[in-house]
Design a protein around this ligand. Structure first.
Ligand SMILES: [Zn+2]
Length: 275
């Protein structure tokens, strides 16, 4: 005959309160986790994703090529913060847009901002039909957070009729990337999206940019089609970020471009190169 004995109820109760205590402690830790103000170039492989966090407000500029964004965001966002206020799409190439679809499945999103360039792509279609509030932005617009203004300086448009898309200006939508500048945490940032030398030329010629930035997220993953010497000389960045995946099929970053960085004496303190 099998005899079962009841465990001492006091021991069971003790264990229960023990577990409860640890659960409470963990919850308190996460609730009190203060969001850090930061700008971080996320490790998303071959693509772009930049997180700007100001208190509890997040601006995510591009989402990278896949779901790696979902592993990156929790490293910087507070545990209980499941809302990203702004998703900003620089342009609809897969290495910038695809990750946004995963973000939309996993986070509440306040608003999507984008430049309405004409482009056929399923991810683009899904993003625009996601039901999230959408705002078209152009040079002259800005994203205003409490102590931070993200200024959009490219592309510009003469006239825009709501609901229409705008043809790429030189048949290369890299050059229709949103280009942004802002000052945050006492540093000046210039984010070039995937824009190339043609855009750099205009920004210089028309004196749209200033001549000193601490951080330059170089255009088009530091390919040789971006970062002309004249442009770099003028921008004179202290840090240059090349957001590219290690051993990617496009050969980013280009050794030629890296040589230009070196020759100009930029303090190239960090590459964002992902595996
Ligand atoms: Zn790209």
């Amino acid at each position: 005959m099998k005899i079962t004995t009841l465990k001492n109820p006091k021991v069971l109760l003790g264990k229960f309160f023990g577990i409860l205590f640890w659960l409470l402690l963990f919850s308190l830790y996460f609730i009190n986790q203060k969001p850090q103000n930061l700008v971080v170039f996320l490790d998303v492989g071959q693509g772009d994703a930049t997180l700007i966090q100001n208190g509890n407000v997040q601006v995510l500029i591009d989402g990278g090529p896949d779901r790696s964004i979902l592993y990156e965001l929790p490293k910087y966002m507070p545990f209980f913060d499941r809302k990203i206020e702004y998703l900003v799409l620089t342009h609809p190439h897969e290495d910038h847009i695809k990750g946004f679809l995963y973000v939309l499945e996993n986070y509440e999103v306040g608003q999507i901002l984008y430049y309405p360039v004409c482009y056929e792509n399923n991810s683009y279609k899904s993003l625009l039909q996601s039901g999230v509030n959408i705002r078209e932005v152009f040079a002259g617009d800005s994203i205003s957070l409490e102590s931070l203004n993200i200024n959009i300086i490219w592309p510009r448009v003469e006239k825009y009729n709501k609901g229409e898309c705008i043809k790429p200006w030189n048949n290369n939508i890299n050059n229709d990337s949103l280009v942004m500048e802002f000052e945050f945490l006492e540093k000046k940032y210039l984010l070039m999206g995937d824009s190339e030398k043609e855009v750099e030329k205009i920004l210089l010629k028309e004196k749209i940019i200033s001549n000193k930035y601490h951080v330059l997220k170089a255009g088009h993953h530091c390919s040789k089609t971006s970062s002309s010497e004249t442009f770099l000389e003028f921008v004179s960045p202290t840090y240059v970020i090349c957001s590219a995946g290690i051993k990617n099929k496009f050969g980013h970053p280009s050794s030629e471009t890296l040589k230009t960085f070196d020759s100009l004496g930029s303090i190239l303190s960090e590459y964002v190169v992902h595996s």
